[in-house]
Every structure is written in structure tokens, then in C-alpha cells.
Write a protein that binds this ligand. Structure first.
Ligand code: ATP
Length: 246
């Protein structure tokens, strides 16, 4: 269980990005950090990764302690693939940086690519892949070190709606299959409602937690059309109407 207690993050120029964040991230949960642009979602994700320290308050990573960099997978909005390297070489990169040999890493590279549905595309260069496939490679690269925690910063924001829906469904299936803890930044109410079983609703800057919702939507194809999903979208929308300045 990750626990944040009264966490604040201020930057040197007096910018108050986050104030008094108290939240829990249970193991195996799918947490959405949902809020308007600039409310500190990415900052909160970086604090969770341990890459940055809070200005005050504390973050506890439970009995397992602070994860090592290899135990965290990070996925950004931009897939940031090496353009000259093929899909397998891009996924191999984090292991290569840890000085693992290609031959010992290969089985894990193939498994990671298979987990995101890219078997058969190992040799493809980024230029030959669609935007959705490039994002799949980026997710595979985050999965290859078999992290227990996957931090995702608006990974589907730049994709068209059809591709985004497919990747959301595939990510949900992957999360159910693997039991990983996912923390997913988004400013889409629909995306947070569809994906997460714990939604942290954040106020405009300085970001605070305005509400925590723990929905339990039906699993499967009926999810997107379920009355529970639409009721959840309405509930979140109403929360933002209360907290957003007029
Ligand atoms: N290193 C930094 N130095 C100074 N200010 C920063 C730094 N990093 C972030 N900020 C500021 O902190 C605030 C929160 O930024 P952050 O990127 O976390 O928000 P966000 O909710 O992820 O935004 P978006 O949805 O637009 O990506 C912003 O006003 C940003 O300019």
C-alpha cells in the first residue's frame, strides 16, 4: 500500500503545484489521477516514482519500501521510441541499460511485445507503425522489466478515439491478467471513469484531492454502455462543476 500524507510540492519560483495531498494506493489497484491541465498530476506521478521529493509531507511505499527504478514502468504521452531501432530493440533498451545481454533479454522482450499484442512486429521500425502501435511498443518497454507498478502519464491523449478505446480495453485486460498496480494520469472524465477502480479527483492548482471515488463497473463489452458507467461520468462531472471556478 502506497500512502501519501499531507504531501505538498512547491517549486523554487514560489509555484505551489500540490498542497495537502492525502491518498492511498492499494496494491493491484487501477488509480486515475484526474484533474484539469496544470493541477499537478504529472508532478504527483513523479513524486510517486521517487524521482522527485515532496516539499513537505510524506510518501510511504509500505512494507516493500521505495521501489527501485527497475521496479517501476513509466509510460508518457509521447512514445519516445528510438527511430533507428526496431520494436524489439526499443523494448530491449531498459535491459540493455542494465547491461543485460541481448540473448538473455530476448525471451522477456518477446513476452512484453506479446502482452501488448505486437507479436510479429519485432522487426518493425517506429516509422512503419501506427500511432497506437508505437504506444504499444512504449508500454511493452515499460513492462519488460516486469514492474509491479506502472505509472502512465496521459498515454492515450494523442490517439484517435477508436485507437484509444482499443488500447483502453487492452490495458484493462492486461491489468486484470497481471495484477499490477497502475497509476494513470488523465484529464478525460470518460477515460478515468472507464478505466479506474479508484479515482482521485484533483482541484485546479494548487492540486488537492477534492474527492476519491471507488467505482466497481461491470467487466466486459457491456462496460462502456452500462448505466453504472454513465452514472459515474455524471457524478464526476458534477464534482468538477462544484470545484472549478465559474
Ligand atoms: N520543475 C518545475 N519547476 C517549476 N514549475 C513546475 C515544474 N514542474 C511543474 N511545474 C508547474 O507545476 C504545475 C503543475 O504541473 P504538472 O505538469 O504537474 O500539471 P498537470 O496537471 O500534469 O498538467 P497537464 O495536464 O497540462 O500535463 C504547473 O503550473 C507547472 O508549470
Amino acid at each position: 500500500m502506497f500512502t501519501l500524507r499531507h504531501v505538498a510540492k512547491h517549486f523554487g519560483d514560489g509555484m505551489k503545484a500540490l498542497e495537502d495531498i492525502t491518498a492511498e494506493i492499494p496494491p493491484g489497484s487501477f488509480v486515475a489521477l484526474l484533474g484539469p491541465s496544470g493541477c499537478g498530476k504529472s508532478t504527483l506521478l513523479r513524486l510517486l516514482s521517487g524521482l522527485e521529493m515532496p516539499s513537505s509531507g510524506e510518501i510511504s511505499w509500505g512494507h516493500t519500501g521505495k521501489p527501485a527504478p527497475g521496479e517501476i514502468g513509466y509510460v508518457f504521452q509521447d512514445p519516445t521510441l528510438l527511430p533507428w531501432a526496431n520494436a524489439a530493440e526499443n523494448v530491449y533498451l531498459p535491459l540493455r541499460l542494465r547491461r543485460e545481454s541481448w540473448s538473455s533479454a530476448m525471451p522477456r522482450v518477446h513476452t512484453a511485445l506479446a502482452q501488448v499484442g505486437l507479436e510479429g512486429f519485432e522487426q518493425s521500425k517506429p516509422k512503419g507503425l501506427s500511432g497506437g502501435m508505437r504506444m504499444r511498443v512504449s508500454i511493452a518497454r515499460a513492462l519488460v522489466s516486469e514492474p509491479a507498478l506502472l505509472l502512465m502519464d496521459e498515454p492515450f491523449a494523442a490517439l484517435d478515439e477508436f485507437t484509444r478505446h482499443k488500447l483502453q480495453d487492452d490495458l484493462l485486460a492486461l491489468w486484470r491478467r497481471t495484477g499490477k498496480t497502475v497509476v494513470f494520469v488523465t484529464h478525460s472524465i470518460y477515460e478515468a471513469a472507464y478505466l479506474a477502480n479508484r479515482i482521485l479527483i484533483m482541484t485546479p492548482r494548487p492540486g488537492r484531492i477534492a474527492a476519491t471515488l471507488t467505482p466497481n463497473l461491470p467487466v466486459g463489452v457491456e462496460r462502456r454502455n452500462s448505466p453504472a458507467y454513465h452514472a459515474l461520468v455524471s457524478e464526476i462531472t458534477a464534482s468538477f462543476q462544484r470545484i472549478m471556478p465559474a
